[in-house]
Design a binder for this molecule. Sequence first.
Ligand code: 5GP
Length: 138
Amino acid sequence: MAYADDNIFAKILRDEIPSFKVYDDEHTLAFMDVMPQAPGHTLVIPKYSAENLLDVDPDFLAATIQVTQKVAGAVKRAFDAPGIMIAQLNGSAAGQTVFHLHFHIIPRHDGVDFKLHAREMEDAGVLEDHAQRIRTAL
Ligand code: 5GP
């Protein structure tokens, strides 16, 4: 399948729709997932038109995973999370719903389940507060 530049993350990269950004550089953007599986759920994407891990330029992948590591540390500190789950889905058969490569950063606490994937929209005020906490921790 060819990359479709009308996907929601391409629109976020072009600032056509708003997002709660936590990190932005030349190659990479990180922002809050609007349907978080746990408080602090953050997404990291390359500023490169790739559907998934298999078709991204390796240099952009390297930049994206380095930022994922950096932002994951900030999410861990901001949410006092003993565990951090990194998820990355390739293809609808794997559950991918937005076809622009992204890494999920999901804080985890002992005995606390995470919510189902892409189900429940979070309040904008809560997302902005969480984004601010992560920016402060970066
Ligand atoms: P995937 O299913 O492709 O691995 O993950 C896509 C993620 O994008 C889901 O976790 C979903 O909650 C999130 N998402 C869907 N639409 C939007 C949106 O408009 N803005 C943001 N920030 N996240 C979105």
